[in-house]
Design a protein around this ligand. Structure first.
Ligand SMILES: C[S@@+](CC[C@H](N)C(=O)[O-])C[C@H]1O[C@@H](n2cnc3c(N)ncnc32)[C@H](O)[C@@H]1O
Length: 903
């Protein structure tokens, strides 16, 4: 029950579409890929060829020559699907059993290749049979009628949050992170959130009902749209221990408090142990990358791939990794990972981190961890490809402009290649550079020494690179150099490391072959992990596990964002925490001139001032509104907690929170409301309210949703307030209470109902408005959704229900033969649902889909006992019972119903 996995959240259509699209298999052509396509055209697989790709990786020696063909063959096959069971979901054991006993057997006949391989099997390296591999691609799953039942099962459980579809290799990095429930974890580039979900599962593992782990996760992503996917994905986990933020990871704020701030706050006192700086026990650095490890899943990469994609990301990857290391506690572990095979994005980045951090960071040998995972050592040597700059064609001068105007370290040539004639992709005059000293001088501004194995820059001024520089004017006939044919020739001639320069230099550039030294890293890069597709029929992945031994060199440990955050009130130390601070920061005027030191602050402020001289924020200009988690609506209408009225909403967005377009996080301290909630549900005093409830609206009367936050999240929030709201928080905590807005709802003595997400946490503490139903009545509620009091099979139950106060209530399934009058006992296996006690009936407050899922789970768990109930339909349930659902709930559940019917 602990961490969630309860589904039924509300989602907008747009968001559902975005979410689907983000996860869509792309083994089909889109219309834009084929301009001549029309509606009648049939889907065809992409061409799975890219000569530049082959040349590049053969030269890099990522596999031996003997296995090259196998490697390429598997790369061209669609990726088998994989998924994980959410181990903190209430039914995870049932689901695992269903897979092991039911589906493994029933799908045997469908096994591909004449039954040589199993249709489905657990991934051997993933603990406790919790991750599964399907020997079908998603496309095959969709097509095959006999697989339909299984496909439906996957869809439904995924939607509910009991399983997560995820590429097998992408499940690996969180496992190497070695996370414990008391850890503070930062997921720096988290969207769409598959790994965040895994991290949360680990944090919540073995949490007792009604309690929360002491650790927490901050999941961050720079992209607003993807942040919304992240919120959507992680909501299925129902965690009070999560904060979602929207920052550039390389500038992620440290919320460092200076001494005066500490002294003047409660934090300085011995009364309460708290944090004075945002540091993490674990950091996941799953950086943006060229993604060629996902070729099997996203075959359009075959067409797009070029070496510039990886080169262009190296600098950012290094920056993010270094920032990750500086946010890590001494003794902590960071995993750096990519879904790219390119050493420039992988070993080169790790080597640079190690070099810059001096002896303060070590690359861990994790060969004894996950022994069943087939992996290869990291590369110790690699090369960087580089483009010679031709000058004599229009196409190439365009390229030259790109190169000059954007440092090469940041170049993204994909789109340029798209616009060129196809052969241009492989006749790009690539040369291989084995060392920084080979880099022509005019390119050194963009090509970083860290892209080479030694990581050294070149002191020797007059080297071969100078002569290369002079020689690198292309010949008049482009076809002579770098044509597919000549590249292929070179590829055949120079397919191993020793002869590569022969190919690059002698054939293309006519320079001597023996002058370029081959660099080999002296760092233990073999400790990195490479996962290749043909080893275990997967995608490709790169993982490095880093351990922080001591503080980093000062220049890395104290970057700009760690400096004191100053505001116009900088001279005034905070007098009191929490409410006062929130009030202060809510009315904070953004003025960049007052804080030149802080990157985040000035960035946001100048952004605001540049784009919105009148100080107003267009709600659709940024629009992360966690409240409804419906990005499009939130953006267009600005209808989160803070912007109910048009026009007025715009100004409120700006003045109430520090971050443009993001609702402020406000501690909810309306004692009258809290007391009424406590009294109505009989919530035990041991359940901590104080400081644990937050909203996204400082106007108490307008609060629609109240979120519960763990102690760990509360501490981070407190630190963030003290540090001047450096964190741009887009989502926080667990939605626990929702305001009743309908007519019947407002007649309830309590203005707030318990949300289905918050119920598992509150359940052990509730003593009022709670009833225990027999299996028959529980099932009938799920099946018919509204039942009149007189129509329950168990008359005593019906009577007790009628005696509840009008409003939200909780119905617990009685599986142990308890009498209705017995006190309700709650443990990890307790199944409960939220209901609405109306004037004449009880109505369930979970979505139709969740009700259906619960019925199926009951059938699996309770077997015949449960299915026999089908025959026991209550005659008393009137045909028009469903119509009798009061208007209140129809309205309140509108989105949920919409959701359910759309599924
Ligand atoms: C490889 S994906 C992350 C996948 C994610 N960890 C998961 O398992 O679902 C990389 C992410 O980095 C984000 N990103 C790109 N540049 C970034 C930056 N400078 N700071 C933070 N995130 C960034 C992208 O928006 C993208 O969502």
């Amino acid at each position: 029950m602990g961490g969630g996995g309860r589904g039924g959240q509300k989602r907008g259509r747009t968001q559902r579409r975005q979410f689907r699209e983000s996860r869509e298999n792309v083994w089909k052509k889109s219309r834009s890929d084929n301009p001549s396509s029309n509606n009648n055209s049939t889907w065809e697989p992409f061409a799975t060829q890219n000569l530049a790709f082959e040349l590049y990786y053969k030269e890099q020696g990522i596999v031996s020559e003997e296995e090259w063909d196998d490697f390429m063959k598997v790369l061209r096959k669609p990726l088998p699907a994989a998924f994980r069971i959410n181990s903190s979901g209430q039914f995870f054991k049932d689901i695992r059993l269903q897979l092991e006993n039911d589906f493994m057997k029933s799908l045997e006949a469908e096994a591909p290749d004449g039954g040589e391989v199993e249709a489905i099997r657990p991934l051997p390296w993933y603990p406790e049979n919790l991750a599964w591999h399907l020997n079908f691609s998603r496309m095959q799953l969709r097509k095959n009628q006999t697989l339909e039942r299984f496909h439906e099962f996957l869809k439904q459980e995924n939607e509910i949050g009991n399983i997560t579809r995820q590429e097998a290799v992408s499940m690996v990095p969180p496992l190497f992170l070695d996370v414990y429930p008391d850890h503070f974890v930062l997921d720096m580039c988290a969207a769409p959130g598959s790994k965040t979900f895994q991290l949360l599962e680990i944090i919540h593992q073995s949490t007792e009902p009604g309690s929360l782990p002491s650790g927490m996760v901050i999941a961050n992503d720079v992209d607003v749209q993807r942040c919304n996917l992240l919120i959507h994905q992680t909501k299925r986990m129902c965690s009070a221990n999560l904060i979602v933020t929207n920052h550039e990871a390389q500038h992620f704020p440290g919320c460092h408090l200076n001494k005066s701030c500490l002294d003047a706050s409660e934090m300085g006192s011995a009364k309460e142990q708290s944090i004075s700086e945002l540091l993490f026990d674990r950091v996941l650095c799953d950086v943006p990358c060229s993604g060629d490890g996902t070729l099997r899943k996203a075959p359009d990469i075959w067409r797009k791939w070029n070496p510039g994609m990886g080169n262009g990301l190296h600098r950012l990857q290094v920056q993010i990794a270094i920032r990750g290391m500086s946010l890590l506690k001494v003794g902590g572990r960071m995993v750096y990972s990519t879904c790219s095979m390119n050493p420039v994005e992988n070993e080169a980045v790790v080597a640079e981190v190690l070099q810059r951090c001096g002896g303060s960071v070590e690359l861990l040998d994790v060969s004894s961890e996950l022994p069943q995972l087939v992996r290869r050592p990291g590369l110790k040597k690699w090369k960087r490809s580089c483009k010679a700059i031709p000058e004599n064609t229009a196409m190439f001068s365009m390229y030259a402009i790109v190169s000059i105007s954007r440092q090469e370290g940041e170049e993204e040539l994909t789109s340029l290649f798209h616009t060129c004639a196809a052969p241009a992709v492989v006749r790009d005059k690539s040369i291989w550079l084995a060392s920084y000293k080979d880099v022509p001088r005019y390119r050194r501004g963009g090509i970083m020494p860290s892209m080479f194995p030694s990581g050294r820059s070149c002191e020797v001024e007059k080297t071969v690179s100078d002569s290369l520089q002079e020689d690198m004017v292309p010949p008049g006939d482009d076809n002579e150099m770098g044509s597919p044919a000549s590249l292929e020739k070179g590829y055949k001639n120079g397919s191993n490391v020793d002869s590569e320069n022969k190919f690059c230099q002698s054939e293309n550039l006519g320079t001597p072959t023996d002058v370029l030294d081959e660099e080999v890293s002296s760092l233990p890069l073999e400790r990195c992990i490479r996962i290749l597709p043909h080893d275990q029929n997967s995608g490709a992945f790169f993982i490095a596990v880093l351990h922080k031994l001591s503080s980093l060199p000062a220049v890395l440990e104290n970057p700009i964002s760690k400096q004191r955050f100053s505001t116009s009130r900088d001279h005034e130390a905070p007098v009191k925490l929490q409410d006062e601070i929130i009030e202060d920061t809510n009315s904070l005027e953004i003025n960049p001139s007052e804080d030149d030191n802080n990157h985040q602050y000035s960035e946001a402020a100048s952004d605001l001032l540049d784009k919105q001289p009148d100080g107003l924020v267009e709600p659709d200009s940024c629009g992360i509104c966690e409240e409804d988690n419906v990005p499009e609506e939130a953006q267009v209408h600005g209808d989160g907690e803070t912007g109910p009225e048009k026009g007025q909403g715009k100004r409120r967005l700006q003045i109430q929170g520090k971050w443009r377009g993001v609702d402020p996080v406000v501690v909810f301290r309306d004692e009258a409301t809290i007391d009424s909630i406590k009294a109505f549900y009989g919530i035990d005093e041991s359940f901590l309210f104080s400081g644990h409830l937050v909203t996204r609206n400082s106007d108490t009367n307008r609060v629609k949703r109240i979120y519960y936050i763990s102690k760990s999240v509360k501490d981070v929030l407190k630190l963030n307030f003290l540090a001047g709201q450096q964190l741009k928080i887009t989502s926080i905590g667990l939605k626990t209470f929702e305001r009743q807005s309908s007519k019947e709802g407002t007649s309830s003595p309590c203005a707030f109902r318990i949300s289905s997400e918050g119920l598992p946490l509150l359940l052990p503490y509730i003593s009022k408005q709670i009833l225990c139903a027999s299996l028959a009545d529980f099932k009938h509620l799920l099946q018919y959704r509204t039942i009149k009091f007189a129509d329950f099979v168990d008359g005593e139950f019906g009577e007790k229900a009628s005696n509840l106060l009008l409003g939200c209530c909780v119905v617990v399934l009685n599986t142990g033969g308890q009498a209705v009058s017995d006190p309700i006992r709650v443990d990890a296996s307790t199944i409960a649902i939220g209901c609405w006690k109306g004037r004449t009936n009880l109505t369930v407050m979970v979505s139709a889909m969740d009700s259906q899922e619960l019925l199926e789970r009951l059938a699996v768990r309770l077997g015949s006992e449960s299915s026999s109930m089908q025959e026991n339909k209550p005659t008393a349930v009137e045909a028009d019972a469903v119509q009798d659902v009061n208007d209140v709930l129809v309205k309140q559940d509108l989105e949920t119903v919409e959701e359910a019917t759309a599924v």
